[in-house]
Design a protein around this ligand. Sequence first.
Ligand code: GZL
Length: 316
Amino acid sequence: MKSLLLTTVAAITMTAAAASAQTVGFSQIGSESGWRAAETTLTKQQAEERGIDLKFSDAQQKQENQIAAIRAFVAQGVDAILLAPVVATGWDSALEEAKDADIPVVLLDRQVDSSDDLYLTAVGSNLVHEGEVAGGWLVEEVGDKDCRVVELQGTTGSSPAIDRATGFRNAIEGHDNIEIVRSQTGDFTRSQGKEVMESFLQAENGGADICALYAHNDDMAVGAIQAIKEAGLKPGSDILIVAIDAVPDYFQAMAAGEANATVELTPNMAGPAFDALEAYWADGTMPPKFIQTESKLYTQADDPAGEAERRKSLGY
Ligand code: GZL
């Protein structure tokens, strides 16, 4: 009799726990870079560790797919929505629908131009500062030597592409020896980074007139490194390379002397996001509108081979 009672209590407890398990919809941009893939892996890990039922949607880089996913999550009556917004504009109506349904939205790694009363909080780095750190490294590295820079920009209209461009320009302002001579989007991917770098090399005397590459993410830089080598030049010395993300493959290029510096962006945006949501669900605690992650510079002096290894266990 006693074991029947215990079994029944356990069953009720389990049911209650299952019933209280929160459901979160996650609209992810896609898998355009190693960093993005790591963010997805870590978000799923974090949800599993916290007993959160994660509904994952891959938008294949299309805003319309993200908007459709948000609407579907609202229709399902999820307890919260995570959104990594592919571009900064065009979100008001979808976010208003979530707000009208009392579903909190947390932005991951990118920002939107919408009013901040349309989302609970945003977790991400200071994207302008990242560009300033990258530009600051180049200013230190070249001193007063003339340096013609080519720039591989991120996805057009995305907050990282806009802000990382701004930050780099802030850093080189007043250093007239450093000039950005070509700038084009590589859409955060290796393949387009390689393609655009090939066109830069052709346009700049086979690369002889290029002093440095600034890439808005490591993956475009890894593609560009391939193009530089195929042009018979030495990446990391003939052409200096600075980028952002701090992914293992880029650290391996740094260890080989083929890249020079990167600015770290943690792929674990979900940890702070779920912390904020759990506090909000528990007693309505309102988080700050922006939860900032750090942006640390790594150079060849910072054990890049070891950093590559360490990150492989981090979801990359
Ligand atoms: C930046 C993030 C960017 C990464 C890229 O916060 O949105 O998107 O730097 C990714 O690797 O494509």
